[in-house]
Design a binder for this molecule. Structure first.
Ligand SMILES: Nc1ncnc2c1ncn2[C@@H]1O[C@H](COP(=O)(O)O)[C@@H](OP(=O)(O)O)[C@H]1O
Ligand SMILES: [Mg+2]
Length: 385
């Protein structure tokens, strides 16, 4: 490869970037059936789709008629809602029912705040939402008590790691988007031996057609997408109403000037000034597409945009549930996900990802160019401070 990327690599970068050295598997060949996807994880995939779809329905119901009392503030000042808790309880309950002998879940929420004085009313509201969802589905003939719901939430306390199987859940990724009435996702992945082997992203507000299509905001345009991927099986998207799935691929774009890029809606989550510098270096003409949550990974996996830049402010540590499902959804659709030093994301170290600077995502053709632009821009920004 003749790319002169080494000039821009920081001195602290010990290992060469992933896309340069690794033999990446060829993009999956096109296939018409979703049934062949999961040879060894088919039961897990079915359970993950069911759990996230149920959780998505619960979240949609809450988002439609959100009460002031549905929203609380966590210790870190970030918002949490009855839908975050309800979604986690539902997914945890379904997975434990399906895999009673091998169940470990790393999830974002816990019941500590709910168990405090004055929490009873909100726990009852969550329990009703969970039971209504289970009843509407009909597969589980149970009524959970408030204590069952709190326990189901707390079953997400696993630390993950490099051994065995662990489910990884963000019950609502993009809670701020959820509260604004915008994008959010229910993100569920399975780690096996520290590697992500399966991912499902339910995106209740994402249009079924490309975000770049004219008229995507028209009331006739249906929303609600379920993306799913199993290692080696490609990525599929289906409407959340359950109709048939189609295989998706990342954009094949080679000219960065024609690319559009995704970033967080929230400026506090990603440095918009740095991504604008990167876009400028690449000659990107389109303005950034700012949406919340891992819906960005889903949209990128079907080629809505070609680049996703996530460049958190100094000191922020990314959690595995914010990227595990999105990462496999994009890589199985032929994309590449690395940190800003070109290294693959390592999901085997527990709850956190230890990253160099941020996360960059694009297709194989554009990655060397993007990587160059990212390194140059990071150095420029650092030297201008
Ligand atoms: N200061 C920060 N920098 C980067 N990410 C942050 C952040 N504070 C919160 N986040 C994460 O950003 C996620 C939302 O992603 P996005 O910015 O792509 O919409 C949040 O998920 P939750 O909504 O589950 O808390 C949270 O994990
Ligand atoms: Mg969340």
């Amino acid at each position: 490869m003749s790319i002169n990327w080494l000039r821009f690599v920081s001195p602290s970068l010990k290992k060469p970037p992933l896309f340069h050295l690794c033999h990446l598997p060829p993009p999956s060949s096109s296939s018409s059936s979703a049934v062949i996807v999961a040879m060894s994880y088919d039961k897990e995939l079915a359970a993950a789709k069911k759990a996230t779809s149920l959780a998505a329905r619960l979240c949609q119901k809450v988002q439609k008629a959100l009460l002031q009392s549905d929203v609380q503030s966590k210790n870190d000042k970030s918002p949490v809602t009855v839908a975050d808790y309800g979604s986690q309880a539902l997914v945890s309950f379904v997975l434990q029912q399906e895999f009673p002998d091998n169940f470990s879940l790393v999830a974002e929420e816990d019941s500590k705040d709910l168990r405090k004085d004055g929490g009873q009313e909100i726990v009852e509201r969550i329990t009703k939402l969970v039971n209504d969802s289970l009843t509407s589905d009909g597969s589980y003939n149970v009524t959970l008590s408030t204590e069952d719901v709190l326990k189901a939430i707390d079953n997400g306390r696993s630390e993950g790691g490099s051994q065995g199987r662990h489910w990884v859940l963000d019950p609502i990724d993009g809670t701020k988007g959820f509260l604004r009435g915008d994008q959010y996702a229910i993100a569920l992945a399975l780690l096996d031996g520290g590697k992500v082997v399966l991912g499902v992203l339910a995106c209740p507000n994402l249009p079924l057609t490309s975000l770049s299509d004219a008229g995507q905001h028209s009331p006739n345009n249906k929303v609600g997408c379920l993306f799913f991927a199993v290692l080696g099986g490609g990525t599929y998207m289906q409407p959340l109403d359950g109709s048939s799935a189609v295989k998706v691929q990342v954009s094949a774009l080679e000219n960065p000037e024609e690319a559009s890029f995704f970033e967080s809606y929230e400026a506090a989550h990603s440095m918009h000034d740095l991504s604008s510098l990167i876009a400028q270096k690449l000659g990107v003409k389109a303005p950034p597409v700012r949406i919340d949550s891992q819906a960005k990974y889903g949209a990128l996996s079907r080629g809505d945009g070609a680049i996703y830049l996530r460049l958190p402010h100094k000191g922020y540590r990314e959690k595995i549930w914010d990227h595990a499902a999105g990462c496999i959804v994009v890589t199985e659709a032929g994309g590449v996900v690395t940190d800003a030093a070109g290294q693959p994301l390592d999901f085997s170290k527990g709850k956190y990802l230890d990253l160099d600077t941020g996360i960059i995502v694009t297709n194989r053709k554009l990655m060397p160019l993007l990587f160059n632009a990212v390194r140059k821009s990071i150095q420029e920004k650092a030297s201008s401070l």
